[in-house]
Design a protein around this ligand. Structure first.
Ligand SMILES: Cc1cc2nc3c(=O)[nH]c(=O)nc-3n(C[C@H](O)[C@H](O)[C@H](O)COP(=O)(O)OP(=O)(O)OC[C@H]3O[C@@H](n4cnc5c(N)ncnc54)[C@H](O)[C@@H]3O)c2cc1C
Length: 603
């Protein structure tokens, strides 16, 4: 099965076949010293050879002196990093018998300090030709050598899963996946990619996929599972494989809370490097304000700890600049002494446009009166009359409010009272443990095939209300519009916390976010077009998705000054543009355009 999949990915090479040379990919067995290993070996037309067995990877050269006869020498053989027992060298004399090769070889085992400790002269090598060409992993096979975690190549079991993720609309086809076991693995993968001239991609959960990581060295951080809470300091140290739900639970054991967003499934590092708009954003500002330090592997393969005191410019840039500056392997964040909140959902029928406009208009007036401790959003929903939907949603429209108040229950209930007076058909508001905060939004947990779009909006007036309500009016053609969410901004988001970072709302009043099923993508364009009058043109870096990967869209996520500073720092920390599989900030220094082709594209 695995072999078939490998074969499917390879070209056949009829010329090589006709010349009776081994160019191609072979699977077979290696037998020496009473042990037998399966092996896959790739002979490339350039005379290089690459080998994989379950216990080792190796590279070397091959040559053919007469038709059907050839020799190969594997000089760089590595056992898995966990068992670095020394170097092995193999020399094999082989001949072809149609689609089979057989060889006899010498295996020399050296101690770690280079002393020859063992020689086998009659090791047996066999292989069946799988395909012509060379294996997709041929030039990256030695990446597996220094890795303690797993290195997966196209066709390997687990490869597809490792580079999949929540957002199914973007598919990655990297050259190799490194499922990193620790920071050293990340550093080794980055160094390898730099040497091999391949870009680096990093992914945790796949909630924020941007561009396909084709041909890249793809670092999967899911197994970087460090998580510890220091209740005295009120901080947590978090590995890059953690999701917010896990941090919520661990912090709550000490009566503490992290500033998470609407989904417990979102990865901590993708969120923090995008700035992090928490559900309590008006009370506390961006989650990036609460990052104490980050451990990051930069393009030179070095692991650095950055903080306000250590490399402050890089610390500034990573909080907002996403993966443009390296792979964050761990973060130390401040937690808040928040055990409970007052919050929930209020849902109103949206089919009658006059009533819907009244509800939405009342909300927009209500938010103006709210203290900073009250964060909220309104979502406009219009469902198709589709049998696969639960009956209560079929063909219906709704106006839905979500509120999160960080003060006490009594005051929270008072503040929500005007919304209750509008007559919701569903009301879940009440005091709740902070650990349930993400339940208020009920974001989908399973992977989705959707297009996500966002924008930052100015204050909304009566005309905006009319326009917005028209999206859920059943008598208006178009749609369906399953979820146009407007999060109320302002409050602490607008204050400079003294710990500046590369993210800001750029003075916007609302954050608009849409999650459209893939076939309804053009509906998002329609919404954005019709709301253009209220669109600031800016975006948040944490809400850039696949549609936003063009440099001019990425640029919108930053103020002009921040973008220039980011691009200059990019030139300093990633001059060769290794980290470009992302919402990319091309490097340029002192205002000059840099060497990258993407920078050329911006002209
Ligand atoms: C359902 C849902 C709800 C959301 N709610 C909120 C919210 O309330 N508030 C908010 O601010 N955002 C929210 N977001 C946006 C989310 O924060 C971003 O999409 C974020 O990038 C997802 O991070 P991830 O690690 O889960 O995703 P991934 O797809 O794994 O990563 C996305 C990107 O983050 C960067 N990245 C990931 N890991 C690292 C790392 N270790 N080092 C450096 N860069 C890294 C890379 O550029 C990567 O391409 C939401 C997204 C979804 C899909």
């Amino acid at each position: 099965m695995l072999e078939r999949r490998i074969a499917d990915m390879l070209d056949t090479n009829p010329v090589a076949d006709a010349l009776h040379i081994p160019t191609g990919v072979w699977t077979g067995l290696v037998h020496h010293d009473d042990q037998t290993d399966s092996s896959t070996i790739s002979f490339a037309p350039d005379g290089t050879v690459a080998l994989r067995t379950p216990r080792s990877v190796g590279t070397g050269v091959w040559s053919a002196d007469q038709p059907g006869r050839f020799a190969y020498e594997l000089t760089e053989i590595f056992t898995p990093a966990a068992d670095r027992s020394g170097r092995v060298q193999i020399h094999v004399e082989a001949h072809l018998e149609g689609a089979v090769y057989r060889g006899i070889g010498t295996v020399r085992v050296y101690s770690p300090d280079g002393v020859l400790v063992h020689t086998t002269t009659s090791a047996a090598f066999t292989g069946d030709r799988l395909a012509g060409g060379q294996a997709a992993w041929h030039d990256v096979v030695s990446l597996g050598a220094p890795i303690r975690g797993r290195t997966l190549y196209p066709g390997d079991e687990g490869f597809e899963e490792a580079c999949s993720g929540w957002l199914l609309t973007v598919e990655h086809r990297p050259a190799a996946v490194v499922v990193a076991a620790d920071a050293d693995d990340v550093a080794a993968a980055v160094r390898f990619a730099a040497k091999a001239g391949r870009p680096v991609a990093v992914q945790s959960t796949g909630h924020g996929k941007s561009v396909p990581a084709d041909g890249a060295v793809f670092i999967a951080t899911g197994e970087l599972r460090e998580l510890s809470v220091d209740p005295r300091a009120g901080t947590a140290r978090i590995g890059a494989g953690l999701r917010w739900g896990e941090v919520l639970t661990a912090a709550a054991e000490h009566g503490l809370a992290p500033l998470c967003g609407s989904s417990g499934q979102v990865g901590v590092m993708g969120y923090l490097t995008g700035g992090g708009l928490p559900l309590t954003c008006r009370a506390y500002g961006f989650a990036a304000d609460y990052v104490r330090s980050l451990d990051i592997v930069t393009a030179d393969g070095l692991l650095r700890t950055v903080s306000p005191a250590q490399e402050p410019d890089l610390f500034w840039a990573v909080r907002g600049g996403k993966s443009n500056f390296g792979v964050v392997v761990a973060a130390e964040i401040e937690l808040l002494p928040l055990r409970t909140i007052y919050g929930g959902e209020l849902c109103y029928p949206g089919e009658d446009p006059r009533y819907a406009a009244h509800v939405l208009g009342s909300y927009l007036a209500w938010v103006k009166e709210q203290p900073e401790e009250m964060s909220s959003s309104v979502t406009l929903l219009r469902f198709p009359d589709a049998p696969q939907l639960p009956e209560e949603f079929r063909g219906r429209s709704f106006v839905q409010f979500r509120v999160v108040y960080t003060g006490d229950e009594e005051r929270g209930a008072q503040l929500v009272e005007p919304l209750r007076a509008l007559g919701p058909e569903k009301d879940t508001c009440g005091a709740m443990p902070y650990t349930q905060i993400t339940e208020i939004y009920q974001d989908p947990k399973n992977p989705v095939r959707a297009h996500l779009r966002s924008a930052l909006l100015h204050e909304l007036d009566d005309e905006a209300v009319e326009e917005l309500v028209s999206f859920i009016d059943p008598s208006t053609p178009g749609g369906p519009f399953p979820g146009i969410e407007l999060r109320h901004l302002g409050g602490a988001l607008n204050r400079s916390p003294g710990r500046s970072h590369a993210v800001s709302t750029q003075g916007a009043a609302f954050h608009l976010w849409m999650r459209m099923p893939a076939p309804a993508e053009q509906a998002s364009d329609e919404v954005l077009e019709r709301l253009r009058r209220w669109d600031t043109g800016a975006m948040l870096p944490g809400f850039l998705f696949d549609h936003d990967s063009a440099p001019e869209r990425v640029r919108r996520a930053y103020t002009e000054a921040d973008y220039r500073r980011l691009a200059a720092l990019k030139a300093e920390y990633d001059p060769n543009h290794l980290f470009r599989i992302n919402h990319n900030i091309p490097p340029f220094s002192n205002g000059e355009r840099a060497r990258s082709s993407t920078a050329q594209d911006m002209r």
